[in-house]
Design a protein around this ligand. Structure first.
Ligand SMILES: [Zn+2]
Length: 278
């Protein structure tokens, strides 16, 4: 938490509010908040935000000054928030970055805060070369840009459990525990099924279900488990549509009568043993 839909909700709001704006000033709480590139901090003041991108669960501000281009990568991790609303900051203690943005002919100022409950934030200030290396190191394919055939090939090449393959950010970027559990339930696939043993037809079904699930979650502002809110302070609503996540002991929503089982593995799984097959 947050996962792809929440990061995408953040990206869309940020892009709408910040693309084209100039960074008036940028400040970090402590230098070790920035994991890489802190020495370039002063470069960013006066640059223009060309666009806001999402890669996996990270939100990326692309900044330009003449021909120069650098990025600010904000990983949301477990508890990270990017906020335009002061009231939405859970506590002032963990504000790791403050950015003041000037927008429009009036140069109206607006402040963007990066907050993370963890003592160390997850910010990276990268030039083009370091950004490329970061992307290659971190992210597998994006569920929205890969094809169904690519997804099938990727999963069928995994000898391990399908859920572990979905959570592996180096293979597919952005799926975390909530959406992996929900996608597998909606596709009738047990999280412990072996990727290499699943048919092309079932994996095609999973791929389409997963894309629909992610789109639906984005449209509802993401899932607000723990503290997630959008930059304007709005909580997500998609948690009301979760069918199995954290519902151990509840009746299966497919009305098969079975109770949802909680399995303890590296990340907890929520399964209907009747509807989900290996
Ligand atoms: Zn069931």
């Amino acid at each position: 938490m947050p996962e792809l839909p929440e990061a995408e909700v953040v990206r869309r709001q940020l892009h709408a509010a910040a693309a084209g704006a100039t960074i008036d000033h940028i400040r970090v709480g402590r230098e070790d908040i920035v994991r890489q590139g802190v020495e370039s901090l002063s470069w960013y003041a006066g640059t223009r935000i060309a666009e806001v991108q999402r890669h996996g669960k990270s939100v990326v501000l692309v900044c330009e000054r003449g021909a120069g281009k650098r990025v600010v990568v904000a990983e949301l991790g477990m508890t990270g928030l990017l906020l335009f609303t002061r009231e939405a900051i859970p506590s002032t203690k963990h504000v790791h970055m403050t950015m003041s943005l000037a927008n429009g002919p009036q140069r109206t100022l607006r402040t963007l805060w990066y907050w993370n409950a963890r003592r160390f934030g997850r910010l990276y200030l990268l030039d083009q070369k370091a950004w490329k290396a970061y992307r290659q190191r971190r992210f597998g394919r994006d569920p929205f840009t890969m094809t169904g055939d690519e997804f099938v090939d990727l999963i069928q090449s995994c000898r391990g459990r399908i859920k572990a393959a979905l959570l592996n950010q180096h293979r597919i970027a952005g799926i975390g525990n909530i959406y992996a559990n929900e996608a597998l339930f909606r596709s009738g696939i047990h999280p412990y099924a072996r990727g290499c043993r699943l048919s092309k037809r079932r994996l095609r079904g999973l791929f389409e279900t997963m894309q629909r699930l992610l789109e639906e979650a984005i449209a509802m502002g993401g899932s607000s488990i723990r503290s997630f809110v959008a930059p304007d302070g709005t909580p997500g609503q998609f948690q009301s549509r979760h069918l199995v996540y954290q519902k151990t002991g509840a009746r299966c929503p497919n009305v098969c009568g079975t109770r949802i089982q909680g399995l303890m593995d590296e990340r907890s799984s929520f399964v209907c043993p009747t509807c989900q097959k290996r």
